[in-house]
Design a binder for this molecule. Structure first.
Ligand code: GTP
Ligand code: MG
Length: 202
């Protein structure tokens, strides 16, 4: 997909106030600092369309970006910051869960996980919650540039094995690096394909 335009539209914490039209949207979700906002900038080839930071907790609201005037990319706040994952409560910010439950235009959520780490309970729990709520999602492994190819391959195999303990099949997944652009073409082609299927279905 060629990107011809990418515009920030709005930020808010209330799903009811999100853009009120029928354009399809795709949302990035995952732990704080996993690289959601950086991936948006990488995909759009823009330095600071979405705000990023070395410190977790940068994105605080639901952010809509209008792409090519015909679909939205949504940047969400991270979960799991401030040792939330260690407490017994599953504290995914309420408006994040509301966004996924209520947003009719959402075509697919992409759950970002850091390719360097072992599967983390908070991510597995979030994916289980999406599954139980019948919200379709794919996985994006981020920061692939930080690992050697063999270690990356091993980690991804390990991740999919872990998921097969609870899932019958693994959802489609992508491997990306916002530093070197890996995964960009695949992810954009995939979104383009879904968008074109949605258009013909209408
Ligand atoms: P919150 O908004 O706090 O939830 O974080 P986020 O998931 O949006 O992460 P963000 O994009 O702000 O990136 C966090 C840090 O990771 C920044 O310092 C980025 O530069 C770095 N980072 C993100 N993606 C990559 C990547 O693919 N490779 C490398 N090396 N660093 C990355
Ligand atoms: Mg962010």
């Amino acid at each position: 997909m060629k990107i011809t335009s990418a515009e920030f539209v709005m930020s808010n914490s209330d799903v009811a106030k999100c853009p009120n039209n029928k354009l399809p949207e795709y949302a990035f979700i995952g732990r704080s600092n996993v690289g959601k906002s950086s991936l948006i900038n990488m995909l759009m080839q823009r330095k600071s369309l979405a705000k990023t930071s070395g410190k977790p907790g940068k994105t605080q609201l639901i952010n809509h970006f209008l792409i090519n005037k015909n679909w939205y990319l949504v940047d969400l706040p991270g979960y799991g910051y401030a040792r939330v994952s260690k407490s017994s409560k599953k504290t995914f910010q309420k408006f994040i869960t509301q966004y996924f439950e209520k947003r009719q235009q959402l075509v697919l959520g992409f759950v970002l996980v850091d390719s360097r780490h072992e599967p983390q309970p908070i991510d597995l729990e979030f994916m289980e919650w999406l599954g139980e709520s019948q919200i379709p999602f794919n996985i994006i492994f981020t920061k692939a540039d930080k690992l050697k190819p063999n270690a990356l391959k091993r980690n991804i195999e390990n991740y999919t094995q872990k998921m097969l303990e609870t899932w019958q099949e693994i959802p489609p997944y992508f491997i990306t690096s916002s530093s070197n652009g890996d995964g960009r073409d695949q992810l954009l082609a995939y979104i383009e394909e879904i968008n074109s299927q949605l258009n013909t279905a209408q």
